[in-house]
Design a protein around this ligand. Structure first.
Ligand code: PLP
Length: 323
């Protein structure tokens, strides 16, 4: 794999770099999922980070890699989801300025969460595109660094530290099932696992509605798709038409891309709630939904990356009360 885009060594460097702020997350055996599937199933609990999602790893690695001057000038992002929260959290930890650009469509709860983390929130225009434009302007005019959500070597290497932990916690692993959106998580974990043993199967899972990476791989180039409502809202969004890293890396490391329906995601969420007393978000439950479907045949030792738990309580209530 000499043409790999991010060297495996960078994942080890990331592990060392983020050690002071990122804790190792637990890997637990799932008695219930193992009984349902007939194979050994383990859950990697990435919702255990203080921000409730794995994105803290990539953001920490990226921001800690900046020069002192870049840190002093500050960072900016236009994500209001798990990535934006992670950037604001790390910036606060390190005491560096952080501006999150948002459109006026972003709900108040999200804005308040970012403000609580000490970020400057700038409201610009009506769409995500307007927010992105402002972010790039901040970079050009004020020298702030835009922290990208997935298509960045340091972000990928940071997410890759999950793979190192899985290897240490479950050296028998034969398959890792990873929620897939922009592909930073899958590229990082794929890189680290396959560098140790290329026979480890990497499975990417996305909701049926709007599986941009999987569709792009089929077409052979990045495509964009219409966004639809989904329980896996953290998996929404494009991969960028000028994608540099995660498109080729997902192509290289993913053995299988699979899709799950909204009903399967719901089943996954309710399964984790009922059997593990675990509240997670839709994106994180996609792998469970997949394993519960009878026609999926997993390898003998499977690790599911449970990627986050930022589910709002209306969605949660809706899930529980709907019959
Ligand atoms: C961002 C995110 C993903 C997908 O990660 P990508 O690197 O964009 O593929 C999955 N689950 C959760 C909870 C996320 O926040």
């Amino acid at each position: 794999m000499e043409d790999r885009l991010v060297p495996f060594r960078d994942v080890w460097k990331a592990k060392k770099r983020i050690k002071s702020i990122i804790e190792t997350t637990p890997l637990v055996y799932s008695e219930h999922l193992s009984a349902c599937t007939g194979v050994k199933v383990f859950l990697k609990l990435e919702q255990n980070h203080p921000t409730g999602a794995f994105k803290l790893r990539g953001a920490a690695n990226k921001i800690l890699s900046l020069s002192e001057e870049e840190k002093n000038t500050g960072v900016t992002t236009f994500s209001t989801g798990n990535h934006g929260i992670a950037v604001a959290y790390i910036a606060k930890e390190l005491g560096i300025p952080c501006t999150v650009c948002i459109s006026n469509r972003v709900p108040g709860v999200k804005v308040n969460r970012l403000k609580k983390l000490g970020a400057t929130v700038e409201t610009v225009g009506k769409s995500q595109d307007d927010a992105e434009t402002r972010c790039i302007q901040l970079e050009k005019e004020e020298g702030m660094t835009v922290i990208k959500p997935f298509d960045d070597k340091d972000i990928i290497a940071g997410q890759g530290t999950i793979g190192l932990e899985i290897m240490e916690q479950c050296p028998e692993v034969e398959e890792v099932i990873i929620p897939l959106s922009g592909g930073g998580l899958l590229s990082g974990v794929g890189l680290s696992m396959k560098s140790v043993d290329p026979s480890i199967q990497i499975t990417g899972v996305t909701m049926e509605k709007g599986a941009v990476m999987q569709e792009s791989l089929r077409k052979g180039h990045p495509v964009s798709l219409e966004e639809e409502d989904t329980l896996a809202d953290s998996l929404l969004g494009g991969i960028g038409t000028g994608n540099l890293f995660t498109f080729p890396m997902t192509k290289k490391y993913m053995n299988k891309g699979v899709l799950v329906s909204e009903a399967q995601i719901r089943e996954g969420l309710l399964f984790l709630l009922e059997h593990h007393k675990m509240v997670v978000e839709g994106a994180a439950a996609t792998g469970v939904g997949l394993l519960l479907s009878e026609d999926y045949q997993p390898e003998s030792h499977v690790v599911l990356v449970v990627s986050g738990n930022n589910i709002d309580h209306e969605t949660m209530t809706g899930l529980i009360t709907r019959v």
